[in-house]
Design a protein around this ligand. Structure first.
Ligand SMILES: C[S@@+](CC[C@H](N)C(=O)[O-])C[C@H]1O[C@@H](n2cnc3c(N)ncnc32)[C@H](O)[C@@H]1O
Ligand code: SF4
Length: 336
């Protein structure tokens, strides 16, 4: 089994299929313009599939398609069809903002997609617009229900909670999920990228989120799926659904992190907070063999020592953390 320098196996591959997005969420991609990846630098579906196959050969069991907004990439269902037929791959998932889901879900389902995560941070149309700048809540809800009608299961909703913005939405989101048979995962606001002006004051901790929910709908902790999932999950004591919190800031899970990321322009990144990636596009495009590529992945993974969130917590505790001191790859490029 391929393990890194801290004995963590490689199990999950997150693929960013584009750095473009039709939203401008304040916590992720607040600016109108970025240094976009040039179209010809974006990996083709064939290049992505080839790498994905090699990763599965090295132990990857789960692939998530993300971005940017994955559904703005034309014909994404063709990639889903290629990936869903990889022998040995146990799970294929897509994370989307849902805006284009209603029109695309039928083709995605037919191509082999079985489950989906949709991000929705508020059920108040005006606030939703304020957070996403370009989003229309009704289109997202239409997408979520279209996914349900097409039998995607589970449907998980993701919500980033930011103090002063949407902590009041936690219970509405919980009720909406319970009423409609969706799972919900709250995400602590993280200092991803370089442009979101994150401060610890904007963070709403897992403890606070869980207390808020538990006082209204009692919860029972079930832990991390498979022991290493980012989310700590809870079931409602009344049996009506589940909820989880991804607490990368207050309860980091670096010690069990089995995730590797592939950027839209073919870089392998070994941590969400990395400042550098390893260029595989050059290797692919100069005709490297499968063995050469596998060897390169192996050598990168074996040297991996990333534990950024652990280090951030240590620095936050000693009040010495400066999120701007370290230039990171934008989340839209490396795939959230
Ligand atoms: C980068 S997005 C890409 C996929 C898709 N566009 C979407 O919004 O679901 C993936 C996930 O990262 C989350 N995310 C983005 N910026 C974040 C931040 N600063 N802190 C926590 N989560 C964040 C989003 O809410 C979303 O659930
Ligand atoms: S969170 Fe998703 S929808 Fe929002 S700006 Fe980032 S990539 Fe786009």
């Amino acid at each position: 089994m391929l393990v890194d320098a801290l004995k963590r196996p490689i199990k999950d591959l997150r693929i960013s299929v584009t750095d473009r997005c039709n939203f401008r969420c304040s916590y992720c991609m607040p600016l109108d313009e970025y240094e976009w990846i040039n179209k010809k630098e974006i990996l083709t579906f064939e290049e992505i599939s080839r790498l994905a196959n090699l990763f599965v050969g090295l132990g990857v069991e789960k692939i998530r398609l993300t971005g940017g907004e994955p559904l703005v990439r034309q014909n994404l269902d063709k990639l889903v069809a290629q990936l869903s037929s990889i022998p040995g791959l146990k799970d294929l998932c897509l994370t989307t903002n849902g805006a284009l889901l209603a029109e695309k879900v039928s083709a995605l389902k037919a191509a082999g997609l079985r489950r989906i995560n949709v991000s929705v941070d508020s059920l108040d149309p005006e606030k939703f617009k304020r957070i996403t700048k370009r989003g229309d809540l009704s289109k997202v809800l239409e997408g979520i229900f279209a996914a349900k009608d097409h039998g995607l299961d589970p449907i998980k909703l993701n919500a980033v909670i930011e103090r002063g913005l949407n902590e009041d939405d936690v219970l509405h989101l919980v009720e909406f999920s319970r009423d409609n048979g969706f799972s919900i995962r709250f995400i602590e606001y993280m200092d991803v990228g370089n442009s979101n002006d994150w401060t610890s004051g904007k963070l709403v901790s897992k403890k606070e989120i869980i207390e808020k929910i538990h006082s209204r709908y009692p919860l029972k902790e079930v832990g991390r799926a498979g022991g290493s999932a980012p989310s700590v999950d809870y079931e409602f004591v009344d049996g009506r659904g589940d909820v989880g919190v991804i607490a990368s800031v207050t309860e980091p899970f670096c010690s069990s992190c089995t995730r590797v990321r592939l950027t839209a322009d073919g870089k392998i990144v070994t941590c969400l907070f990395s400042g550098v990636g390893h260029d595989f596009k050059a290797l692919l495009r100069r005709g490297a063999s499968d063995q050469e590529i596998t060897d390169f992945i192996t050598s990168i993974w074996q040297k991996r020592i990333d534990r950024y969130s652990d280090e951030r917590l240590e620095a936050l505790r000693s009040s010495s953390y400066n999120p701007k001191s370290h230039k990171k790859i934008e989340m839209i490029s490396l795939g959230g």
